[in-house]
Design a protein around this ligand. Structure first.
Ligand code: NAP
Ligand code: ZN
Ligand code: ZN
Length: 346
């Protein structure tokens, strides 16, 4: 199946139109016409090889929404015309304990990413969602509630689930104080979800201009971290901190904000390792954890819950020829709060 895409042909190159061939649908596959694809900071890290050597040409995009255009002979989960979403992985081993538990993102032999990877045959390169169409095994796609705006749903497939999952895992609820570091694509979903779950939310942002937006999305407090001494009053105040910052920073300053037995969940993945002051961890029996997206059952649960609450991402819809500018604006923390590509312009 021919596919129009936007691709980086070499590390760090511009994202430009590029034609590829996708497989014809197998018995368990569905084909979709893509409506929108979100731009995740992970796309930028990978195009620029900030996470190590990557596969080129690369078609990024793992926040994909569209409409089913064809189904394989054994497909039961979807029918032609259904609204469908695809996230950060397209396959996994299906047999390990993580896969059986519906935590495919933690597959013991590694999930198969939506792009910048080879599929489980070890040969076929996976191409992502900056494209007009896609083919996916039915088990790795999800249904989109009818009442939600498609463009606003796209970022839920990565940014949304990546914050929903740790908030559920660490039990965000009324009476809990949750800090969200970084108000970008992931962070703004963290604020919305933590607020919806009843927690008191504080945003830590190095962009003073985002204060009004943070409060409008459900935060009670906004701390501008570019102001000296701004963190001091918040020492030992938080039960849970979600760190979504995409750049290097001194996380020890933020570990000090955790109360007894509290946890910082590291979600942002800058290319370089963090340095942790162990003394800061010992003092207060604090913990650092990681969390990566969410499995298929949790992804569907989140979308259904968003349908009930009419909750979507705040997006800026862009044309295909604006993607390179959107990358630069994202890196400059100038995104409100997710760029979403209108696939009809590709
Ligand atoms: P994003 O939209 O660019 O947001 C990142 C935010 O980090 C910025 O908006 C900014 O917020 C803050 N920031 C950026 N540079 C900073 C600096 N120099 N100092 C302090 N703060 C800075 O990115 P995203 O798409 O939300 O992704 C965030 C990170 O999560 C990326 O590293 C991405 O690869 C990673 N990620 C992880 C997972 C996972 O499963 N764990 C999934 C998706 C993405 P303020 O302007 O408010 O300070
Ligand atoms: Zn992502
Ligand atoms: Zn597995």
């Amino acid at each position: 199946m021919k596919s129009r895409t936007l691709a980086a042909l070499s590390p760090g190159s511009l994202i430009l139109p590029h034609e590829i061939e996708r497989r014809t649908i197998g018995a368990h596959d569905v084909a979709l016409d893509i409506a929108f694809a979100g731009i995740c900071h992970s796309d930028i890290h990978q195009v620029r090889e900030e996470w190590g050597p990557a596969i080129f040409p690369m078609v990024p995009g793992h926040e994909i929404v569209g409409t089913v255009s064809a189904i394989g002979t054994d497909v039961t989960k979807f029918k032609v015309g259904d609204r469908i979403g695809v996230g950060v992985f397209i396959d996994s081993c299906r047999t390990c304990a993580s896969c059986v538990a519906g935590l495919q993102q933690y597959c013991e032999s590694g999930m198969t990413g939506t792009y910048n990877t080879r599929e489980r045959d070890g040969k076929t390169v996976a191409y992502g969602g900056y494209s007009n169409n896609f083919v996916i095994n039915q088990d790795y796609a999800v249904h989109i509630p009818d009442n939600l705006d498609m463009a606003g749903v796209a970022p839920l497939l990565c940014a949304g689930i990546t914050l929903y999952s740790p908030l559920k895992k660490w039990g965000a609820q009324s009476g809990m104080k949750v800090g969200v570091m970084g108000l970008g694509g992931l962070g703004h979903m963290g604020v919305k979800f933590a607020h919806a779950m009843g927690a008191e939310v504080t945003v830590f942002s190095h962009s003073a201009s985002k204060k009004a937006d943070a409060l409008a999305k459900g935060a009670t407090h906004f701390v501008c971290t570019s102001e000296a001494e701004s963190l001091k009053p918040w020492n030992k105040k938080f039960d849970l901190i979600l760190n979504t910052v995409s750049a290097e920073l001194d996380i020890n300053l933020y570990l000090d904000l955790l109360t007894l037995d509290a946890t910082m969940v590291v979600i942002g993945l800058p290319g370089k390792p963090y340095t942790v002051n162990v003394g800061t961890l010992l003092n207060g029996r604090r913990r650092i954890a990681g969390s990566m997206i969410g499995g298929i059952p949790e992804l569907q649960e989140m979308l259904d819950s968003c349908g009930e609450k009419s909750l979507v991402s705040d997006v800026e819809i862009i044309r295909a020829d604006y993607v390179n500018t959107a990358y630069d604006r994202t890196v400059a923390s100038d995104v409100k709060y997710r760029f979403v590509i209108d696939a009809s312009t590709i």
